[in-house]
Write a protein that binds this ligand. Structure first.
Ligand SMILES: Nc1nc2c(ncn2[C@@H]2O[C@H](COP(=O)(O)OP(=O)(O)OP(=O)(O)O)[C@@H](O)[C@H]2O)c(=O)[nH]1
Ligand SMILES: [Mg+2]
Length: 353
């Protein structure tokens, strides 16, 4: 692939003919497309279209490459980072799992526990990687470990960085190669739009477009709200003591009902901007119905509410809201129920903290 006529920020083929078409640049000699230029220099997000690539064609392209694969997983969005059928799409490939955004998780959660949680989840996905590296703080912490793993497992092959959209692939590469013209990164999924080859240290390492996300409401909330859902600092847990029938209303996405609570505790791990409102169970629907755009996340399309009754499988459980965060519930309760919009696919797991 020639790097000359592709945008060094996002990988799109550059063209100067049609401003309405992808990869446009008014300057024929430019190395960045107009979208990347504006995003980088003016923070202009108006041309972000939130396009992610379909999983099958990208993975089949990657499958044809003889390379070492770095699978980037966002630790705060562990479940959302999973790729359906990855073990079938990339069988017999050498994969190293690179987990990003470690600093967002509480420091009380030890590195050992994080690694155990990560290994368990990857094993459940039937993927058998060659190794795991946890990086933190935009790749500033852990880059040396990534290079170490590459050196051990590359065997004269190229390296491919892949993963779901927004996992932090381009940010990681910018940290690995700080003197290179940076790849474009943004808070919006779908920033990298084609393969970007980077020739450094005697081998080629490819950035790739983010694989499409699972069902999500991110397309139905404002750009400001998408930004609010991207935590930049460690998540500060917020604790609620609950008794009797109480409900936590999370933005305009979900209501979590703790029924018959006796000395129960709910610890919320959400980015700062997310609105959590505690109310009596009987008042929850009224609060929910009072739509207000101040709620975060606020989904501006009509979606039907899905009611779930969650099995109480562990003394301490997490209830996860994809692309938002999670709530750890402990103490005595009779039952745990929820109502969530269709595109917010709630699920539970054994508590990780
Ligand atoms: N807090 C935190 N945020 C990070 C870290 N790494 C990346 N991010 C943020 O995650 C968002 C997505 O980063 P990108 O590097 O553009 O992600 P990507 O995987 O390349 O995304 P696509 O190109 O859309 O597939 C940006 O807002 C980054 O600032 C990290 O280590 N910590
Ligand atoms: Mg990218």
């Amino acid at each position: 692939m020639s790097q000359l006529n592709h945008c060094v920020g996002c990988g799109l083929a550059l063209q100067s003919e049609d401003p309405a078409y992808e990869g446009y640049t008014p300057k024929e000699e430019a190395t960045l497309c107009q979208r990347c230029f504006r995003l980088r220099h003016y923070g202009d997000t108006s041309s972000i279209i939130g396009r992610t690539v379909a999983m099958e064609p990208l993975l089949s392209k990657l499958h044809s490459m003889d390379a070492l694969f770095l699978w980037v997983i966002d630790l705060f969005h562990l479940e959302e980072s999973m790729i359906d059928g990855l073990h079938r799409h990339l069988p017999d490939k050498d994969i190293i799992v690179i987990a990003t955004k470690r600093e967002l998780l509480p420091v009380t959660l030890s590195d050992t526990k994080i690694l155990t949680m990560l290994q368990q989840r990857v094993r459940d996905a039937n993927v058998v990687p060659k190794g795991y590296v946890v990086v933190s703080d935009y790749g500033k912490d852990g880059a040396d470990q990534v290079f170490k793993a590459i050196n051990i497992f590359r065997n004269n092959r190229d390296v491919v960085v892949f993963g779901v959209a927004n996992a932090g692939k381009s940010t990681l590469l910018n940290a690995l190669f700080p003197s290179r013209d940076p790849l474009t990164v943004s808070q919006f999924p779908g920033t990298t739009l084609d393969l970007v080859p980077i020739y450094e240290r005697g081998f080629t390492i490819y950035d790739t477009p983010g694989i499409e996300m699972r069902s999500t409401f991110l397309h139905a909330i404002s750009k400001e709200q998408v930004k609010l859902l991207q935590p930049k600092h460690p998540i500060r847990p917020v604790v609620y003591q609950l008794s009797e029938d109480q409900t936590l209303v999370i933005g305009q996405t979900a209501m979590i009902h703790l029924i018959g609570a006796k000395k129960a505790t709910a610890v919320c791990y959400f980015p700062e901007g997310v609105e959590v409102h505690r109310t009596k169970g009987a008042n929850a629907q009224t609060y929910w119905n009072a739509h207000t755009q101040n709620k975060v996340p606020y989904v501006n399309v009509e979606e039907k509410l899905i009611h779930r009754t969650h099995k109480l499988t562990h003394d301490k459980m997490d209830i996860l809201l994809p692309y938002v965060g999670f709530v750890t519930i402990s103490g005595e309760i009779d039952s745990l129920e929820s109502d969530a919009i269709e595109s917010c696919d709630l699920y539970t797991r054994k508590a990780v903290i």
